[in-house]
Ligand binder design. Structure first.
Ligand code: 16G
Length: 257
């Protein structure tokens, strides 16, 4: 069976009994397509079957198909290219061994990074920040809270805290935190990163343009200067449907005697 035929078959099975289901038909189709995208059954390189083929194979109207596809475009999972068809938006891979910035990661993939600022302020370190940044009580930190987008598509929410001695004015960061820190000689040279899965609350989901309780990767990054002083404490929520973090591993060589 060709891949397209297998996709149609999976969709047909997924929609069995759809008429008895109170959920609107286009939402049921949207859910089935999302499942196939998540499973990797629809590769990013191939156009998904045209609207009329989907409609006739599934026995639904073209309007239903169009609404389902449009909803997935709005979710950021599909993209429509004029004259070429509808494609799955590729997931982004980020190697875990290199200390790069969001701006650099996006630019290296030919994507344009943009920011929606949610907060840029200065204040006394919270107990969590004081521990993370090894600050004494009352020390000031600069805070940046931003929605990070790639080609206009929301990708991650990031809340960064930097000791004020290294970033006196958070408004100095126009786009890249690392570029601003590098300009004054304080770019992190080493970092520790902790990743865990989380479900997005309603507010974060709204900002990231996904349904409430969607999966996200919650990442804490502790960045250090060359001499070991902590310079960055960042907590990020990356959309789980858009990002793969990739680590290369090698087998420990047995000690030679
Ligand atoms: C990345 C880092 C974040 C850092 C930011 C700087 C992860 C999980 N997080 O998003 O800790 O603050 O890059 O990016 O990779 P910028 O220089 O573009 O502001």
């Amino acid at each position: 069976m060709s891949r397209q035929a297998a996709v149609m078959e999976a969709l047909r099975q997924g929609l069995e009994g759809a008429a008895d289901n109170p959920t609107p038909l286009y939402q049921q189709l949207q859910r089935q397509l999302r499942r196939l995208i998540d499973d990797g059954a629809l590769p990013a390189t191939e156009a998904i079957p045209p609207e009329r083929d989907l409609a006739s194979a599934l026995g639904v109207s073209r309007i239903t198909v169009r609404k389902a596809l449009r909803a997935l475009v709005e979710e950021g999972l599909l993209t429509q290219r004029q004259g070429a068809g509808t494609f799955v938006v590729p997931r982004l891979e980020q190697p875990l061994s290199r200390l790069t910035s969001f701006s650099e990661d996006m630019q290296s993939r030919g994507l344009t990074p943009t920011i929606e600022w949610l907060d840029r302020s200065v204040g006394p370190a919270t107990p969590e920040e004081a521990v993370a940044l090894n600050l004494s009580p009352g020390s000031e930190v600069s805070r940046l809270y931003r929605l990070r987008c790639a080609d206009g598509r929301p990708m991650a929410l990031e809340r960064a805290s930097v000791p004020r001695v290294y970033l006196p004015d958070p408004l100095a960061v126009e786009s890249s935190l690392y570029a601003t820190l590098a300009a004054s000689g304080y770019r992190p040279e080493r970092a520790l990163q902790y990743l865990r899965a989380e479900l997005l609350d309603a507010e974060r989901a709204r900002l990231l343009a996904v349904p409430t309780a969607s999966a996200a990767l919650f990442i804490k990054r502790y960045g250090y200067l060359g001499d070991g002083r902590p310079v960055e404490f960042t907590r990020s929520h990356y959309r789980g449907d858009s990002y793969d973090f990739v680590a290369e591993m090698t087998l420990d060589k047995p000690a030679t005697r």
